[in-house]
Design a protein around this ligand. Sequence first.
Ligand SMILES: Cc1ncc(COP(=O)(O)O)c(C=O)c1O
Length: 371
Amino acid sequence: MLPRLPQPKPGIPGIAPYVGGKSKALGGRAIKLSSNESPLGPSPRARKAFIEAGKRLHRYPDGNATVLREAIGKVHGIAPERIVCGAGSDELIGLLVHAYAGEGDEVLYSEHGFLMYKIYAQAAGATPVSAPEKNLRTDVDALLARVSPRTKIVFIANPNNPTGSYIGKKELQRLHKGLPPHVILAVDGAYAEYVENFPLSLQDRGEGYSCGHELAATTENTVMLRTFSKIYGLSSLRVGWAYAPAAIIDALNRIRGPFNVSQPGQEAAAAAMRDTAFTAKARKFNARWLAWLSREIGKLGLKVYPSIANFLLVEFPKGKHNAAKVNAFLMKRGLIVREVGNYGLPECLRISVGLEEDNRAVIKALRDFLS
Ligand SMILES: Cc1ncc(COP(=O)(O)O)c(C=O)c1O
């Protein structure tokens, strides 16, 4: 008889591993527009804080991320006790699922939602459930219709990756109102900073925008997730944070690693958070080039989905100009964008906003390809 070999828990072999944006092109020069990183990089103050922290690499980090939580609390006007930091918001998504969902439970999210919601649900042995979208936008009614007695968490990214779409504050409140009190509403605001004070007034649509902070402040079952990987330009350092009711913070603190965020990460992130002028500059830069890219791609006759984040989802026609062929052509020019077939969008590519010359290179390459 063969010896019984170690087996992962049920559900784990069925996980399709997350594939990050490519970082190498075919030729020499590469312009990476595949992971929604900030083309401006971090605030110079964050860089300085990181280098300074490099002098103490032999010391464990502050396991409570005290200074970072205080910096976040001060800038956002929220209580540091209601914040927990993680190694990227990825870690916090995972901790939330592990703390609240297991075998027999369901984790609900929107059809084209961020892939890690499904992966962590499967890893915890829970059942991932997705709700269809309308025009690549989260559909609150469809989500509510799929809430069952087994639902433990509903994830929504607002704005969503990879669609760039969002739901307004009233819709978010309606979603929360429709959930039973024991179900957690997790609002992932990885791109929220690009929207707050966004120059294109969202109020025009009567919608307003919220990444859920009011709900996280006033209800017992809403969690807001944020990251330093996007507008703050610190993807490499892996720092994220959650703002949540005290009981949820307590649960996450019980199961996280004791030193889950590195000290250079904490110090750089705190400096980045405090440098609000730099963040405003990055937001303004993004707004300008997001609008430009969207307009120029539209002029090429391609379908661009409205986005309020730092990337655009572009749809290509079937046939000789399809997404896979465009992607191969861009790759040869050293332009790395993201294929999104694993998000159920094989006819689209996601393009992050880059520096001016990157954005111009994208438009030139698309124009050359289409002609
Ligand atoms: C919607 C969304 N949530 C969370 C993350 C994870 O970010 P990080 O783990 O770098 O904080 C991403 C990264 O692309 C994202 O797009």
